[in-house]
Design a protein around this ligand. Structure first.
Ligand code: AMP
Ligand code: MG
Length: 410
């Protein structure tokens, strides 16, 4: 199989992903971060009825619009309408009502005068400044939304603003896509868990934890398959367990060309069809992607901790978004930033260098992480939030020049 570009890898992967079929109905209280799976409408206009945007007085525009500035007009105050009351009255010629923010407009009232522009003297209201136009400070019924239009469409992520809309539409229950199940597996004879004592030659399994955090952040359910030795039969059993219980399986290690790198053979033995095994990116060149008949998609990620995460950020994220039911372009979110340092690459593969995006005076700057940019250096990956991308053929981006940056927090 040949080395393919990141764009080709992205489109192959996205074609292999089917959106989840299963939905579940949950209470609105539990819906934060979930992906909406039903269209939402409301039988009510919003605002539900004409109401006041200010504390002030409700008037008939035609009664007060003749007045010039400084030319006081006087009206009779015939009612007081706090929010929450249905004013079963009608305001006639020369009359006004006291009204508070959110208060429902009574018949006749079409304009609000803010209280700062009036003086109340007993039951009389003196208008110090006439309204500028008909409907001033009135929130008209249906101005924000009209009954039975679509309020929210399937495929959006439910965050605080969407929760507010769902609550307003009285959706105490909401149908969402089920959370994807993602199995994680670390392969390597050298790996120990963080709770074990480190012996010479060993490496602590950080990938398992990094991938789990990534999956949780994406709103999916991680299934921890643990560490497996580089022994074919054991790896095979674990992979089988993963593909039978998960939508995606992510393994790290064992996908390069070392003597212990069995993953690809095992996937084929288990009936998986391999679509990708090498991508022209750095870090992250060894990436095995296979699909199984039962629908599970397998990502064999490189073992090096930075490579594994770069592959997740660049490819698995888009795949997971699509699987989850999110409807968008499924493209990496790139920001054009000014590079604060010289960036270099050998130009042969698309190169990802990690660092920080900072916004200064309205301009994005990319600051390269200090220290070695080695794919085993997980230490200086911490506290970064972005990957600057040097395309194939570009060997240098000079300080002060523009660079495309993958923002990792979106
Ligand atoms: P591999 O792809 O299996 O050849 O692994 C490449 C490098 O990544 C080796 O130095 C491994 O020790 C390291 N590595 C593999 N798996 C992990 C892991 N789960 N956590 C941290 N480092 C790992
Ligand atoms: Mg290994």
């Amino acid at each position: 199989m040949t080395m393919i570009s990141s764009q080709e890898a992205q489109s192959i992967i996205l074609q292999l992903v089917d959106v989840l079929n299963d939905t579940e109905t949950i209470s609105l209280d539990e819906a934060t971060g979930r992906i909406l799976a039903q269209p939402i409408t409301s039988p009510y206009d919003f605002p539900y009825w004409d109401n006041s945007a200010m504390d002030g007085y409700g008037v008939r525009f035609e009664d007060v619009s003749q007045g010039e500035q400084n030319n006081c007009m006087t009206l009779d105050i015939v009612a007081e309408i706090p929010a929450g009351i249905n004013p079963k009255i009608s305001i006639g010629f020369g009359q006004a009502c006291r009204i508070f923010t959110g208060g429902m407009l009574p018949n006749g009232v079409d304009t609000i005068i803010m209280q700062e522009n009036t003086r109340q003297e007993g039951k009389k209201l003196r208008i110090l400044e006439p309204p500028k136009y008909l409907g001033q400070f009135v929130r008209k019924r249906g101005a924000f939304y009209q009954a039975n239009d679509t309020l929210l469409s399937p495929g959006i992520k439910i965050n605080e603003a969407e929760i507010a809309v769902l609550a307003t539409a009285q959706c105490s229950q909401v149908t969402v896509y089920r959370r994807p199940r993602i199995a994680i597996l670390s392969t390597g004879n050298e790996l120990i868990s963080p709770s074990q004592t480190l012996e010479p030659g060993q490496i602590i399994d950080s990938n398992q934890y990094a991938l789990k955090a990534f999956i949780l952040k994406q709103g999916a359910i991680p299934i921890n398959l643990g560490i497996v030795k580089d022994e074919k039969e054991i790896i095979k059993q674990k992979i089988l367990e993963g593909i039978n219980c998960a939508d995606f399986v992510l393994s790290t290690g064992g996908v390069s060309v070392g003597d212990y790198d069995y993953i690809e053979h095992i996937l084929e033995e288990l009936g998986g069809k391999i679509y990708i095994n090498t991508v022209a990116i750095k870090p992250g060149k060894p990436l095995t992607v296979a699909k199984f008949d039962q629908g599970c998609l397998y990502f064999g990620l490189p073992g090096n901790p930075v490579s594994a995460l770069v592959s997740c950020w660049r490819f698995v994220k888009l795949a997971l978004d699509k699987l989850s039911g999110i409807k968008n372009e499924h493209q990496p979110q790139l920001i054009q930033a000014t590079s604060s340092q010289d960036l270099s690459s050998n130009g042969q593969r698309e190169t990802y260098v990690w660092g920080k995006l900072n916004l200064r005076n309205g301009e994005w700057f990319f600051e390269l992480a200090k220290g070695s940019k080695n794919s085993a250096n997980l230490i200086n990956l911490a506290l970064t939030n972005a990957l600057a991308i040097l395309p194939i053929g570009v060997t240098k981006i000079n300080q002060g020049d523009k660079v495309n940056v993958l923002f990792l927090l979106v």
